[in-house]
Design a protein around this ligand. Structure first.
Ligand code: GDP
Length: 298
Protein backbone atom coordinates (compact mmCIF):
# COMPACT_ATOMS: atom_id res chain seq x y z
CA UNK A 1 0.00 0.00 0.00
CA UNK A 2 2.75 2.43 0.90
CA UNK A 3 5.42 2.76 -1.66
CA UNK A 4 8.09 4.55 0.24
CA UNK A 5 10.10 4.06 3.35
CA UNK A 6 8.99 7.15 5.22
CA UNK A 7 5.28 6.38 4.91
CA UNK A 8 5.83 2.82 6.04
CA UNK A 9 7.86 3.69 9.12
CA UNK A 10 5.50 6.50 10.09
CA UNK A 11 2.46 4.26 9.67
CA UNK A 12 3.94 1.48 11.77
CA UNK A 13 4.71 3.94 14.53
CA UNK A 14 1.28 5.55 14.38
CA UNK A 15 -0.14 2.26 15.52
CA UNK A 16 1.63 2.77 18.83
CA UNK A 17 0.06 6.10 19.67
CA UNK A 18 -2.21 6.04 22.65
CA UNK A 19 -0.38 3.25 24.43
CA UNK A 20 0.94 4.28 27.81
CA UNK A 21 3.84 1.86 27.72
CA UNK A 22 5.31 -0.33 25.06
CA UNK A 23 5.23 -4.06 25.46
CA UNK A 24 7.85 -6.23 23.83
CA UNK A 25 5.12 -7.32 21.41
CA UNK A 26 4.45 -3.66 20.44
CA UNK A 27 8.13 -3.13 19.79
CA UNK A 28 8.40 -6.31 17.74
CA UNK A 29 5.39 -5.34 15.66
CA UNK A 30 7.01 -2.01 14.85
CA UNK A 31 10.36 -3.60 14.17
CA UNK A 32 8.75 -6.04 11.73
CA UNK A 33 7.10 -3.17 9.93
CA UNK A 34 10.35 -1.18 9.80
CA UNK A 35 12.23 -4.24 8.53
CA UNK A 36 9.66 -4.76 5.78
CA UNK A 37 9.75 -1.08 4.83
CA UNK A 38 13.55 -1.08 4.64
CA UNK A 39 13.63 -4.23 2.52
CA UNK A 40 10.96 -2.76 0.22
CA UNK A 41 13.11 0.36 -0.07
CA UNK A 42 15.91 -1.88 -1.34
CA UNK A 43 18.23 -1.48 1.64
CA UNK A 44 20.96 -4.13 1.90
CA UNK A 45 19.92 -7.03 4.15
CA UNK A 46 22.99 -6.77 6.41
CA UNK A 47 22.25 -3.09 7.03
CA UNK A 48 18.57 -3.82 7.75
CA UNK A 49 19.53 -6.50 10.26
CA UNK A 50 21.92 -4.27 12.15
CA UNK A 51 19.62 -1.25 12.02
CA UNK A 52 16.54 -3.04 13.33
CA UNK A 53 18.64 -4.77 16.00
CA UNK A 54 19.84 -1.42 17.33
CA UNK A 55 16.38 0.18 17.18
CA UNK A 56 14.83 -2.81 18.98
CA UNK A 57 17.39 -2.74 21.75
CA UNK A 58 16.90 0.96 22.35
CA UNK A 59 13.11 0.78 22.02
CA UNK A 60 13.00 -1.80 24.79
CA UNK A 61 15.33 0.23 26.97
CA UNK A 62 14.87 2.91 29.58
CA UNK A 63 14.66 5.92 27.30
CA UNK A 64 11.33 4.60 26.00
CA UNK A 65 9.90 3.18 29.20
CA UNK A 66 10.44 6.56 30.92
CA UNK A 67 9.10 8.60 28.02
CA UNK A 68 5.75 10.37 28.28
CA UNK A 69 5.01 9.46 24.72
CA UNK A 70 6.73 6.18 23.90
CA UNK A 71 5.73 6.20 20.24
CA UNK A 72 7.32 9.59 19.78
CA UNK A 73 10.40 8.33 21.55
CA UNK A 74 10.63 5.39 19.11
CA UNK A 75 10.39 7.86 16.22
CA UNK A 76 13.30 9.74 17.77
CA UNK A 77 15.31 6.54 18.08
CA UNK A 78 14.62 5.59 14.46
CA UNK A 79 15.67 9.10 13.42
CA UNK A 80 18.91 9.00 15.36
CA UNK A 81 19.75 5.51 14.11
CA UNK A 82 19.01 6.64 10.53
CA UNK A 83 21.44 9.53 11.00
CA UNK A 84 23.99 7.05 12.31
CA UNK A 85 23.56 4.66 9.35
CA UNK A 86 23.82 7.61 6.98
CA UNK A 87 27.22 8.50 8.43
CA UNK A 88 26.53 10.65 11.51
CA UNK A 89 27.88 14.17 11.11
CA UNK A 90 28.04 15.99 7.78
CA UNK A 91 31.29 15.03 6.05
CA UNK A 92 33.86 17.59 4.90
CA UNK A 93 36.19 17.58 1.93
CA UNK A 94 39.81 17.73 2.95
CA UNK A 95 41.93 20.39 1.31
CA UNK A 96 45.63 20.15 0.58
CA UNK A 97 47.97 22.26 2.73
CA UNK A 98 49.87 23.07 -0.42
CA UNK A 99 47.49 23.53 -3.37
CA UNK A 100 46.34 22.22 -5.69
CA UNK A 101 43.98 19.85 -3.93
CA UNK A 102 43.65 16.86 -6.23
CA UNK A 103 40.22 15.23 -6.41
CA UNK A 104 39.80 12.08 -8.43
CA UNK A 105 36.37 10.79 -9.46
CA UNK A 106 35.74 7.06 -9.79
CA UNK A 107 32.65 5.00 -10.52
CA UNK A 108 30.84 2.95 -13.12
CA UNK A 109 30.08 4.32 -16.56
CA UNK A 110 26.84 6.30 -16.44
CA UNK A 111 27.12 6.85 -12.68
CA UNK A 112 27.21 10.60 -13.25
CA UNK A 113 30.94 11.38 -12.86
CA UNK A 114 31.27 13.83 -15.76
CA UNK A 115 28.11 15.68 -14.77
CA UNK A 116 29.34 15.71 -11.17
CA UNK A 117 32.71 17.12 -12.20
CA UNK A 118 30.92 20.19 -13.58
CA UNK A 119 28.69 20.51 -10.54
CA UNK A 120 31.55 20.21 -8.09
CA UNK A 121 33.58 22.77 -10.05
CA UNK A 122 30.62 25.18 -10.12
CA UNK A 123 30.10 24.78 -6.37
CA UNK A 124 33.79 25.31 -5.67
CA UNK A 125 33.98 28.30 -7.95
CA UNK A 126 31.07 29.81 -5.99
CA UNK A 127 33.23 29.49 -2.89
CA UNK A 128 36.11 31.37 -4.45
CA UNK A 129 38.18 28.39 -5.61
CA UNK A 130 39.78 28.17 -9.02
CA UNK A 131 39.17 24.61 -10.26
CA UNK A 132 40.64 22.92 -13.30
CA UNK A 133 38.81 19.93 -14.79
CA UNK A 134 40.90 17.12 -16.24
CA UNK A 135 39.43 14.83 -18.89
CA UNK A 136 41.07 11.47 -18.16
CA UNK A 137 38.06 9.38 -19.23
CA UNK A 138 39.31 8.20 -22.59
CA UNK A 139 37.11 5.10 -22.57
CA UNK A 140 33.67 6.41 -23.33
CA UNK A 141 33.33 7.93 -26.80
CA UNK A 142 32.93 11.64 -26.39
CA UNK A 143 33.50 11.73 -22.63
CA UNK A 144 36.19 14.38 -23.26
CA UNK A 145 33.80 16.43 -25.42
CA UNK A 146 31.11 16.11 -22.77
CA UNK A 147 33.46 17.39 -20.07
CA UNK A 148 34.45 20.29 -22.31
CA UNK A 149 30.78 21.23 -22.71
CA UNK A 150 30.24 20.93 -18.97
CA UNK A 151 33.34 23.08 -18.34
CA UNK A 152 32.11 25.72 -20.76
CA UNK A 153 28.72 25.84 -19.06
CA UNK A 154 30.37 26.08 -15.65
CA UNK A 155 32.90 28.66 -16.83
CA UNK A 156 35.72 26.39 -15.67
CA UNK A 157 38.75 25.47 -17.82
CA UNK A 158 39.19 21.89 -18.96
CA UNK A 159 42.50 20.14 -19.53
CA UNK A 160 41.85 17.71 -22.39
CA UNK A 161 44.19 15.33 -24.19
CA UNK A 162 45.84 16.89 -27.19
CA UNK A 163 48.82 15.82 -29.23
CA UNK A 164 51.81 16.15 -26.92
CA UNK A 165 50.02 15.88 -23.59
CA UNK A 166 48.97 12.27 -23.45
CA UNK A 167 46.48 11.37 -26.18
CA UNK A 168 45.34 7.81 -25.59
CA UNK A 169 46.98 7.53 -22.19
CA UNK A 170 44.69 8.52 -19.31
CA UNK A 171 47.48 8.28 -16.72
CA UNK A 172 49.60 10.79 -18.64
CA UNK A 173 46.61 13.05 -19.19
CA UNK A 174 45.89 13.02 -15.45
CA UNK A 175 49.52 13.75 -14.57
CA UNK A 176 49.83 16.53 -17.12
CA UNK A 177 46.53 17.94 -15.94
CA UNK A 178 47.77 18.15 -12.36
CA UNK A 179 51.08 19.75 -13.42
CA UNK A 180 49.14 22.26 -15.50
CA UNK A 181 47.00 23.08 -12.47
CA UNK A 182 50.17 23.65 -10.46
CA UNK A 183 51.73 25.77 -13.17
CA UNK A 184 48.57 27.83 -13.76
CA UNK A 185 47.94 28.12 -10.02
CA UNK A 186 44.55 26.45 -9.84
CA UNK A 187 43.91 25.61 -6.21
CA UNK A 188 41.91 22.48 -7.00
CA UNK A 189 41.99 19.96 -9.80
CA UNK A 190 39.18 17.49 -10.51
CA UNK A 191 40.19 14.41 -12.48
CA UNK A 192 37.38 12.62 -14.33
CA UNK A 193 38.24 8.95 -14.93
CA UNK A 194 36.78 6.18 -17.06
CA UNK A 195 34.14 3.77 -15.81
CA UNK A 196 32.76 0.59 -17.33
CA UNK A 197 29.20 -0.64 -17.40
CA UNK A 198 30.04 -3.32 -14.84
CA UNK A 199 32.81 -4.01 -12.36
CA UNK A 200 35.87 -4.71 -14.42
CA UNK A 201 39.50 -5.41 -13.45
CA UNK A 202 40.89 -3.36 -16.33
CA UNK A 203 38.92 -0.30 -15.14
CA UNK A 204 40.16 -0.80 -11.56
CA UNK A 205 43.73 -1.19 -12.78
CA UNK A 206 43.52 2.05 -14.75
CA UNK A 207 41.97 3.90 -11.82
CA UNK A 208 44.75 2.60 -9.54
CA UNK A 209 47.40 3.77 -11.99
CA UNK A 210 45.84 7.24 -12.16
CA UNK A 211 45.54 7.30 -8.36
CA UNK A 212 49.20 6.35 -7.93
CA UNK A 213 50.28 8.91 -10.52
CA UNK A 214 48.39 11.91 -9.14
CA UNK A 215 48.19 10.95 -5.46
CA UNK A 216 44.73 12.46 -4.85
CA UNK A 217 43.78 14.13 -1.58
CA UNK A 218 40.25 12.91 -2.13
CA UNK A 219 38.98 10.06 -4.26
CA UNK A 220 35.24 10.39 -4.62
CA UNK A 221 33.25 7.32 -5.54
CA UNK A 222 30.25 8.43 -7.61
CA UNK A 223 27.28 6.07 -7.54
CA UNK A 224 23.82 6.15 -9.08
CA UNK A 225 21.30 6.14 -6.21
CA UNK A 226 18.74 4.48 -8.44
CA UNK A 227 20.60 1.16 -8.27
CA UNK A 228 19.44 0.80 -4.64
CA UNK A 229 21.23 -1.78 -2.51
CA UNK A 230 23.42 -2.79 -5.45
CA UNK A 231 25.25 0.46 -4.62
CA UNK A 232 26.73 -1.35 -1.62
CA UNK A 233 28.19 -4.15 -3.77
CA UNK A 234 29.64 -1.72 -6.32
CA UNK A 235 31.06 0.41 -3.50
CA UNK A 236 32.76 -2.61 -1.97
CA UNK A 237 34.35 -3.43 -5.30
CA UNK A 238 35.66 0.14 -5.68
CA UNK A 239 36.79 0.22 -2.05
CA UNK A 240 38.84 -2.94 -2.60
CA UNK A 241 39.89 -2.13 -6.17
CA UNK A 242 40.82 1.55 -5.93
CA UNK A 243 39.95 2.83 -2.47
CA UNK A 244 38.05 6.06 -1.92
CA UNK A 245 37.71 8.72 0.74
CA UNK A 246 34.14 9.83 0.14
CA UNK A 247 30.94 9.03 -1.72
CA UNK A 248 28.75 11.11 -4.02
CA UNK A 249 25.20 9.88 -4.53
CA UNK A 250 24.02 10.87 -7.97
CA UNK A 251 20.49 10.83 -9.36
CA UNK A 252 19.05 11.16 -5.87
CA UNK A 253 16.15 12.91 -7.60
CA UNK A 254 15.13 9.55 -9.05
CA UNK A 255 15.42 7.59 -5.81
CA UNK A 256 12.42 8.18 -3.58
CA UNK A 257 13.24 5.22 -1.39
CA UNK A 258 16.65 5.95 0.04
CA UNK A 259 17.92 2.37 -0.37
CA UNK A 260 21.32 3.29 -1.80
CA UNK A 261 22.01 5.96 0.80
CA UNK A 262 21.11 3.65 3.64
CA UNK A 263 23.02 0.69 2.24
CA UNK A 264 26.25 2.35 1.35
CA UNK A 265 27.75 3.98 4.42
CA UNK A 266 27.14 0.97 6.64
CA UNK A 267 29.11 -1.12 4.17
CA UNK A 268 31.96 1.23 3.23
CA UNK A 269 32.34 3.39 6.34
CA UNK A 270 33.12 6.35 4.14
CA UNK A 271 31.00 9.51 4.33
CA UNK A 272 28.53 10.54 1.64
CA UNK A 273 29.78 14.06 0.97
CA UNK A 274 27.53 15.29 -1.82
CA UNK A 275 24.29 14.49 -3.58
CA UNK A 276 23.50 15.10 -7.21
CA UNK A 277 19.82 15.76 -7.76
CA UNK A 278 19.24 16.48 -11.43
CA UNK A 279 20.84 17.19 -14.77
CA UNK A 280 21.50 20.90 -14.35
CA UNK A 281 24.74 22.23 -12.85
CA UNK A 282 22.92 23.61 -9.82
CA UNK A 283 21.26 20.31 -8.93
CA UNK A 284 23.93 19.59 -6.39
CA UNK A 285 24.08 19.75 -2.64
CA UNK A 286 26.17 18.76 0.32
CA UNK A 287 24.84 15.61 1.90
CA UNK A 288 23.53 16.07 5.42
CA UNK A 289 22.70 12.76 7.17
CA UNK A 290 20.19 14.45 9.49
CA UNK A 291 18.30 16.08 6.63
CA UNK A 292 18.22 12.80 4.72
CA UNK A 293 16.90 11.06 7.86
CA UNK A 294 14.16 13.72 8.10
CA UNK A 295 13.30 13.19 4.47
CA UNK A 296 13.03 9.46 4.98
CA UNK A 297 10.90 9.80 8.10
CA UNK A 298 8.62 12.74 7.30
P1 GDP B 1 29.61 9.14 -16.29
O1 GDP B 1 29.63 8.07 -17.34
O2 GDP B 1 29.82 8.56 -14.92
O3 GDP B 1 30.51 10.27 -16.56
O4 GDP B 1 28.09 9.68 -16.24
P2 GDP B 1 27.47 11.03 -16.85
O5 GDP B 1 27.90 12.21 -16.06
O6 GDP B 1 27.69 11.07 -18.31
O7 GDP B 1 25.92 10.80 -16.53
C1 GDP B 1 25.16 9.76 -17.13
C2 GDP B 1 23.74 10.27 -17.37
O8 GDP B 1 23.10 10.54 -16.14
C3 GDP B 1 23.69 11.58 -18.17
O9 GDP B 1 22.60 11.49 -19.06
C4 GDP B 1 23.43 12.63 -17.12
O10 GDP B 1 22.72 13.73 -17.62
C5 GDP B 1 22.59 11.87 -16.10
N1 GDP B 1 22.76 12.37 -14.75
C6 GDP B 1 23.91 12.61 -14.07
N2 GDP B 1 23.67 13.05 -12.81
C7 GDP B 1 22.32 13.07 -12.67
C8 GDP B 1 21.43 13.41 -11.58
O11 GDP B 1 21.83 13.75 -10.47
N3 GDP B 1 20.09 13.27 -11.82
C9 GDP B 1 19.60 12.86 -13.02
N4 GDP B 1 18.29 12.77 -13.15
N5 GDP B 1 20.40 12.54 -14.06
C10 GDP B 1 21.74 12.64 -13.90
Amino acid sequence: MFNNLSDRITASLKGLRGHGRLTEADVDKTIREIRRALLDADVAVSVVREFTGRVRERALGEEVSKALNPAQQVVKIVHSELVEVLGGATGELSWAKHPPTVIMLAGLQGAGKTTLAGKLATWMKGQGHTPLLVAADLQRPNAVGQLQIVGERAGVPVFAPEPGNGVGNPVLVAMNGVSTAQFQQHDVVIVDTAGRLGIDEEMMQQAREIRDAVNPHETLFVVDAMIGQDAARVAEAFRDGVGFTGVVLSKLDGDARGGAALSITGVTERPILFASTGESLDDFERFHPDRMANRILD
